[in-house]
Design a protein around this ligand. Structure first.
Ligand SMILES: C[S@@+](CC[C@H](N)C(=O)[O-])C[C@H]1O[C@@H](n2cnc3c(N)ncnc32)[C@H](O)[C@@H]1O
Length: 391
């Protein structure tokens, strides 16, 4: 995920630009600190919270973790997600716990720099990022042929950007599940503010052990979320179990494309960097997605990479935001130094900055896509598939 212009970053950057011409070190320090605090206060008060997700209040003091926990959690994350030359992490089964840690560390920063939808979308000429994001989300409702009153499951719902778009567009009732308790709070807050609390429900839970009644949903979707599962068949099997017979499931999957060559060190480096910076236990190939869906009993209706031309580049927004991201990084570093942001925030932001570069590389080389579409159906009647039978 990336960052782009916010009132906070604009204001603080101009304060920093002006201050950099000051000659006396002491004076510089005092004026810089005063300026930053004043500008921060301004941005927190007048920031466009609803558009970008939130103002920077919680980023600065941390609400997903206690202030003193950030550094420790960051170190734990950093150690676990080191990649094994194209093979993912060791001990993949530990991923859900560390994915939860990841979202404790990044949820505020994502909301601050990116918004309420934690996914990419193809750039659409003449449309804003916000409109392109909505189009990518409402396409889910169209693919699922949703009707008012139906019950839909959002697997890995984040703070609920897609959920609100799908619910308001289709008038179907969406239940989201996320492993991260803090995201539940944020999603509930946004749902209420958007006037959608009657159409949107959010629960904390592990999508590898769904806390819902079997066959209780008409349809399901996952938007850039099942990539976090240690084993794809495990989460697909759960989703399959939640659907009524005939129910549709659509997923936007993060995968290695046909252009990825495992013998090319550059390809391996790019994909490893994406996995490390986005809390993925491994990166699957596009072929593994389809195989996993069929293995648990789905009929595959459609699968294709939504990033392929004529789609506009999904990484454009990240690339355009690179300068702003760098500037935000300077701001975060100064705020950490002044004790206004918890220790460890700088390291997390630096990781996200570097990951944004790797994502752009993945997009430009075409070896990676975050939007391999999988549309599948649970058969009306079925022979019990081998994986479902062992559940
Ligand atoms: C990249 S975010 C996408 C969020 C949302 N779909 C969106 O597009 O805004 C991935 C989401 O998957 C959730 N997730 C990852 N592993 C999970 C697990 N084992 N159980 C439940 N949720 C999980 C994370 O908590 C996060 O909300």
């Amino acid at each position: 995920m990336g960052g782009d212009n916010t009132p906070l970053s604009n204001t603080l950057a101009s304060v920093l630009d002006n201050l950099s011409t000051t000659s006396s070190g002491t004076l510089f320090g005092i004026v810089a600190a005063t300026g930053i605090v004043a500008a921060t206060g301004f941005a927190l008060t007048f920031g466009q919270a609803e558009v970008k997700g939130k103002a920077a209040t919680e980023l600065l003091k941390g609400t997903s973790l206690r202030e003193d926990e950030v550094k420790e959690h960051w170190e734990e994350y950093d150690k676990y997600f080191q990649q094994n030359a194209g093979e993912g992490v060791d001990e993949k089964q530990k991923a859900p716990k560390l994915v939860d840690t990841f979202y404790n560390l990044v949820t505020d920063i994502y909301e601050w720099g990116w918004g309420q939808s934690f996914h990419f979308s193809p750039a659409i000429p003449g449309k804003s990022h916000k409109d392109a994001t909505r189009a990518h989300e409402t396409m889910i409702a169209d693919l699922l042929e949703l009707k008012p009153g139906q019950k839909v499951l959002d697997v890995g719902c984040g703070v609920g950007g897609p959920m609100r778009a799908v619910a308001s567009y289709s008038q179907a009732h969406v239940t989201g599940i996320t492993i991260n308790d803090y995201q539940v709070k944020r999603a509930l807050h946004h749902n209420e503010k958007a006037g959608l609390k009657d159409l949107c429900t959010v629960v904390q839970g592990n999508f590898l052990h769904m806390p819902f009644e079997k066959e209780s949903f008409d349809a399901a979707y996952s938007c850039e979320a099942t990539c976090h599962a240690p084993k794809l068949t495990d989460v697909y099997k759960e989703i399959f179990g939640m659907l009524k017979p005939g129910g549709l499931y659509v997923s936007y999957e993060w995968v290695k494309t046909p252009k990825y060559d495992k013998l090319n060190p550059e390809h391996v480096r790019i994909v490893d960097a994406i996995c490390y910076g986005d809390a993925l236990p491994e990166m699957r190939t596009y072929l593994e997605i389809v195989d996993a869906a069929k293995e648990v009993g789905f009929e595959v209706v459609e699968e294709r990479d939504l990033a392929l031309p004529p789609a506009g580049p999904w990484w454009k927004r990240l690339k355009m935001g690179r300068l702003a991201y760098y500037r935000n990084h300077v701001i975060v570093s100064i705020l950490s130094f002044l004790g206004l942001a918890p220790a460890g925030t700088t390291e997390v932001h630096e990781m996200l900055y570097k990951t944004a570069i790797s994502l752009v590389e993945g997009g430009e080389t075409g070896v990676f896509t975050p939007m391999h579409l999988l549309l599948c159906r649970k058969p009306e009647t079925q022979e019990t598939p081998a994986v479902a039978a062992s559940a």
